[in-house]
Design a binder for this molecule. Structure first.
Ligand SMILES: [Ca+2]
Ligand SMILES: [Ca+2]
Ligand SMILES: [Ca+2]
Ligand SMILES: [Ca+2]
Length: 504
């Protein structure tokens, strides 16, 4: 859509006013700073990337969509009464998030959304009400050249996988190589995973959920490591395992409530590849984990945006599958925006109770999020691990958010080469790319020590980090992630670390 009609402008303007009023009613600090990736902007919109996302490509829903939390113990009969009282035309409960409901309200009265919210809030059975917020891929995130050198066909040592693009992966092994036609990096400024691979290269019983735009599960470098729902028969149109989703073989699509999390963007597949593209298979790249099981949880659409309701549905699916015995321990979240949501905060705490870590990108607006929170990375919960991005010079990325009180760790997030749909590979930059590095490390930690709680994982990552000048005062740890040290549980001196590098 290149031209917008005057009517659309009027409609958007009206929605802006409605929204501004709602934010006042809710008395919440809502900041919509996120936008879709730069290339998407050029394709889809004349609006500058600083325009709040919900104004530009997501006008408030036509129906008045709300997330409602009823007070604990509210009987179903009361909830049903409320449904008729407020002309609710859709009501969905999240099975694993008790007393949460997503409702879509149609009313014959001419009420604004804020008036409808006020009605709900006045009901003694309602704990809180929120609009169905929108989330996006962090702003300033962009794809770069797809070309890569094809350097390393042969295996050099047992630590080096035979994947042909391995030497493009400076985040895994920075030996000062040039990356993406840019100068060579600082030797050793990487996640120190080669030493960790001596202990383990991953485990195909470890499941990581990627909450994003989906995963191209047909990509030859992803397919060997995609999660498979063993209790679901593919493509028979039947919900064989009776989990509420038909033919959910590799995950869940919360946008159309289907079992097909295919990626129609690029972002989710890129993140998935960094966590766990198949290692040492003579193909493409290698993930932090050579072996793992990647579960696709699609709630961001092809334009990189998604709703609070669909994020909650994705989390609900994870909780449901965890209850059924799937060994899902980590969720990788390279998205943000939308302001504070009590519902999402509560859902993340529920994940913590189930021992599920929530790794989250700190965001890309070069902001101190101690003062200016970025969600979900700023949620206060024992299982939220917030990640900043560094480049191959060991600097914090120019775009990366930071915060000495709220961002735990730095990880590689500039010129990161990974899988994208169509059997291709591309360089992307963003805290979105740093986050899956950390998610992948936490998986290796759990393979080596399955009893670690989310809080223990975070504490170990912080205490074992490699301190760097660039991250001092910018992150809780003051350093970048050190995979081997995080697994073994002790800090390594820089001299030991460098000796290891030179001997390989
Ligand atoms: Ca199913
Ligand atoms: Ca089926
Ligand atoms: Ca949905
Ligand atoms: Ca590979």
């Amino acid at each position: 859509m290149k031209q917008r009609s005057p009517l659309l402008h009027l409609a958007l303007g009206t929605l802006v006013i409605i929204y501004a009023y709602i934010t006042g009613v809710l008395n919440q600090e809502l900041k919509y700073q996120e936008s879709i990736i730069e290339s998407e902007w050029q394709q889809t919109s004349q609006i500058t990337p600083s325009t709040p996302c919900w104004q530009s490509w997501n006008p408030m829903p036509q129906n008045h969509d709300l997330i409602i939390k009823f007070k604990d113990g509210t009987p179903q009969s009361i909830i049903s009464q409320l449904v008729s009282k407020f002309s609710i035309n859709t009501l969905r409960n999240y099975s694993e998030l008790p007393n949460f409901s997503f409702v879509s309200v149609t009313t014959s009265e001419n009420l604004t959304l804020s008036e409808i919210i006020a009605r709900y809030k006045a009901d003694p059975n309602v704990e809180y009400v929120e609009p169905n917020f929108r989330y996006t891929i962090p702003d300033n995130e962009f794809a770069q050249a797809k070309a890569s050198t094809n350097i390393n066909k042969t295996k050099k040592s047992p630590l080096i996988p035979n994947d042909p693009y391995f030497e493009s992966l400076w985040g895994l092994s920075n030996v000062g190589q040039k990356i993406n036609d840019k100068p060579g990096g600082v030797v050793g400024a990487d996640i120190n995973v080669l030493d960790a691979w001596e202990l383990s290269t991953g485990d195909d019983q470890m499941v990581i959920g990627v909450i994003d735009t989906g995963i191209d599960y047909t990509h030859p470098d992803i397919n060997p490591n995609i999660w498979v729902n063993e209790n679901e028969i593919p493509n028979n149109g039947i919900d064989d395992d009776n989990n509420g989703v038909i033919d959910d073989i590799h995950g869940y699509n919360a946008i159309d409530d289907s079992g097909d999390p295919m990626d129609d963007n690029d972002h989710g597949t890129h993140c998935a590849g960094t966590i766990g593209a198949a290692g040492d298979n003579g193909e493409g790249i290698v993930g932090v984990n050579w072996k793992v099981k990647l579960m696709g949880l699609k709630f961001l659409s092809s334009d990189g945006s998604g709703s609070l309701n669909d994020a909650l549905e994705a989390i609900n699916y994870v909780l449901e599958m965890k209850k059924r015995g799937v060994n899902i321990r980590i969720l990788s979240n390279s998205w943000g925006g939308g302001g504070y949501s009590q519902a999402l905060h509560d859902a993340i705490k529920t994940l913590n109770k189930e021992g599920i870590l929530f790794v989250a990108a700190a965001g890309n607006s070069a902001t101190n999020i101690d003062n200016d929170p970025h969600y979900p990375s700023s949620y206060q919960a024992d299982n939220v691990l917030a990640v900043a991005a560094i480049d191959n010079q060991d600097n914090i990325a120019r775009f990366s958010n930071y915060g000495v009180k709220s961002v735990h760790i730095g990880a590689p997030g500039v010129d990161i080469y990974s899988t994208i749909p169509g059997n291709e590979y591309a360089f992307f930059s963003g805290t979105s790319m740093a986050t899956p590095h950390v998610s992948g490390v936490t998986s290796l930690m759990l393979v080596n020590n399955p009893s670690l709680t989310p809080k223990e994982i975070i504490d170990r990552i912080v205490s074992s980090s490699t301190k760097t000048t660039a991250l001092a005062g910018k992150t809780i740890s003051g350093g970048r992630i050190n995979t081997h040290a995080a697994i073994t549980g002790y800090s390594e001196s820089k001299s030991t670390f460098r000796a290891t590098i030179t001997t390989r």
